[in-house]
Design a protein around this ligand. Structure first.
Ligand code: BJ8
Length: 422
């Protein structure tokens, strides 16, 4: 306790408030994750990592910096991690998933922006984010309007993400990836060498491959891992040390294979197979997953940045020269199908592929309140799904628990509808 207090005070964190935050996160974690039956035993490691995200992981980042290493904060999976890894710059994803922190943000920012942004800045403004002092700078990106303006407000560096996918847009994005390389070289005082960049590409691909392997088990009729636990794994993929995460994820994949061989499912009884699509569910937030999986639905795939959008594409490992590798990296990140793109036909195609591959009976569109791009796009996708005979439901929500009862009623009705449509 005293060590933790000393650590937090060293990082200008208000210890007492931080304890309150941790208590609220622990309670939610217990209610959402630990109360499940039939969990793989390896999930205990991800539970520990969840708690360590504001403990042991903070110490790791602090040591890295005390040894002369550098670190940056990010908010989006478009920031090319390989480039930072190649010069040993740690990436700290800062997206907030806690409702507890939001009132602090409301003192400084308008309330009608999405809870992800309000939670993130609530943590910083409320002096409860241990990573605030543990970074050299923050790199934002031009995805949604709220993010762009908040980056300006806080004076962050920004990568420009084009909004279309024509050849000239790719050229702009490639230039931004080059600019990010210059940023990382300047920060670290090192030149990115071909060997280290190739090593970073292979390491990130290893992480994506193990996530693909874990998620492929969810295609089975009786998945050995629940949607909630698969979400926790994805959340940890963003916050844990990369090598530690790969080790834990490989151990989990091994156990899932054993469970499949032994006929062990994560679920008791039947439930309708659904796809969770849309806005991300950052660490600390799993409300809709929890309600869905306790309302007769089994989430067997996640089409979000805390799901397949993070891991489904690999970087081509073929090129060995810096220019070729940076191009491969830019190409891979440019395939990400965030709703900020127009048109965004790739996302529709990817959703249809997931529906077929995972034998999806219905789609739950998860829209964080005021996330206009996902909200409007959900209507387009809904129309296409209807033609395919796949029902869907739009759940627009925030991080609070106030609408939990209403969401449960709607999802229970959706489960019944899917049951009848079988
Ligand atoms: S690639 S989803 S991580 S931008 S939920 S802040 S879009 S208003 S998080 Fe995202 Fe990158 Fe896209 Fe993924 Fe804005 Fe929507 Fe809020 Fe969002």
């Amino acid at each position: 306790m005293e060590d933790r207090r000393a650590l937090m005070e060293k990082l200008d964190v208000n210890f007492d408030l931080h304890e309150q935050l941790m208590e609220s996160l622990s309670k939610l974690h217990e209610r959402y994750f630990l109360k499940q039956n039939n969990r793989p035993r390896t999930m205990a490691q991800f539970d520990r990592s969840f708690h360590e995200s504001h403990g042991g992981r903070v110490t790791e980042v602090l040591r890295h910096r005390e040894d002369g290493g550098k670190s940056i904060g990010t908010f989006c999976i478009y920031v090319p991690e390989e480039v930072a890894l190649a010069v040993n710059v740690l990436i700290i994803p800062l997206c907030g998933g806690s409702a507890w922190a939001i009132p602090f943000a409301d003192k400084a920012l308008p309330r009608d922006i999405c809870p992800l942004i309000r939670s993130t800045f609530g943590m910083a403004i409320g002096a409860v984010c241990p990573y605030k002092k543990l970074k050299d700078f923050v790199v934002g990106e031009t995805t949604c309007d709220a993010k762009k303006k908040v980056w300006d407000f806080f004076g962050f560096k920004v990568l420009e993400l084009p909004q279309k996918k024509r050849p000239q847009d790719f050229q702009l994005w490639l230039d931004e990836v080059m600019e990010f390389k210059r940023m990382m070289e300047e920060l670290s005082g090192k030149t990115i060498m071909p060997e280290s960049l190739h090593e970073a590409i292979c390491l990130m691909n290893r992480k994506r491959r193990v996530l693909q392997k874990i998620n492929a088990f969810r295609k089975l009729q009786s998945p050995p891992i629940s949607g909630l636990d698969a979400l926790l794994v994805s959340q940890m993929a963003l916050s844990q040390d990369i090598c530690a995460f790969i080790d834990d994820a490989e151990a989990l994949a091994g156990e899932l294979q054993e469970r499949v061989t032994g006929g062990v499912s994560a679920y008791n009884g039947d439930g309708r197979r659904v796809l969770f699509a849309g806005s991300p569910a950052p660490m600390g937030y799993a409300k809709v997953h929890h309600i869905a999986e306790t309302s007769g639905l089994h989430i067997v795939a996640d089409e979000s940045c805390t799901g397949s959008r993070y891991f489904n594409a690999l970087v081509d490992e073929g090129p060995r020269d810096i220019e070729g590798m940076l191009r491969s990296i830019a190409e891979r990140y440019f395939t990400i199908d965030c709703s900020c793109f127009t048109p965004n036909t790739e996302r529709l195609e990817n959703i249809m592929r997931l529906v077929d591959d995972y034998r999806i009976g219905g789609v739950v569109h998860h829209i964080l309140q005021y996330c206009h791009t996902y909200n409007v796009e959900a209507r387009t996708i809904e129309r296409a799904l209807r033609k395919k005979g796949i029902p869907s439901i739009i759940i627009e929500t925030d991080y609070s628990e106030e609408d939990a009862g209403q969401i449960r009623t709607r999802l229970e009705a959706f489960a019944e509808l899917l049951e009848k449509a079988k």
